[in-house]
Design a protein around this ligand. Sequence first.
Ligand code: ADP
Ligand code: MG
Length: 251
Amino acid sequence: MIRLTDIHKSFGPHEVLRGISESFGAGEVTCIIGPSGSGKSTLLRCINFLEHPNSGEIEIEGARAYYDIVNGRIRLHAESRIAAVRRKLGMVFQDFALFPHLTATGNVTEGLIHALGMSKDQANGIAARMLARVGLADRASHYPDELSGGQKQRVAIARSLAMSPKAMLFDEPTSALDPELVGEVLDVMKTLSDEGMTMVIVTHEMKFAQEIADRVIFMDKGAVVEQGTPQQIFEKPQHERTQGFLKRVMR
Ligand code: ADP
Ligand code: MG
């Protein structure tokens, strides 16, 4: 579904991704864990091209995405082609990124109407279904201000799902939430995984990662140090950096 080959990304002199090669299969749930600053968000943002890698290749559904490399240089695809690939990937951020002036329904329909050119009636129908899917049928006409953090994040997930993504990317979707609101968001993600959604999840929720992941990737300093099944990573980590990290976060 998603294949990365030797992705490098620097910000000025600071190399943040040092050659990442990973594949994410259809229906697979991958959790990415690692210390703050290790490049997890940058990697997700490269997958949907919110950040442009300096080198390396990205394939989505078997086709080269976003750019070709011609004589060693990156040549961007046309904007419409980039947008079409990006639309296959739903992204959910830590801070929800909802429009404050739109209701839950308005937030979900916005992309359907403006990016996909759907009629308002059709978009409203999809919004109703997606909000029901995340358990918010009764909050459709509420504004973000009138919703809890957990409800806001579920609206953000509904908004992504409305675009019929082939995969969902989550960047610490529960990190901004009060502890008592984390569970409702993780439950929605668990349901998506049960339905076969391809998901790449950056998370600090180790117990959740252990339960939901088919595969866990441990990143440190811009590189994948170790990856494997949850059992391999959480019960028998091979690398001492993985062991040290888990010791710090699993206390
Ligand atoms: P993580 O998500 O694992 O905490 P990030 O991918 O956010 O790590 O960041 C990795 C490193 O890249 C950090 O040192 C961060 O300061 C740096 N970084 C991220 N985004 C930018 C940016 N837009 N400009 C400069 N440095 C950045
Ligand atoms: Mg991050």
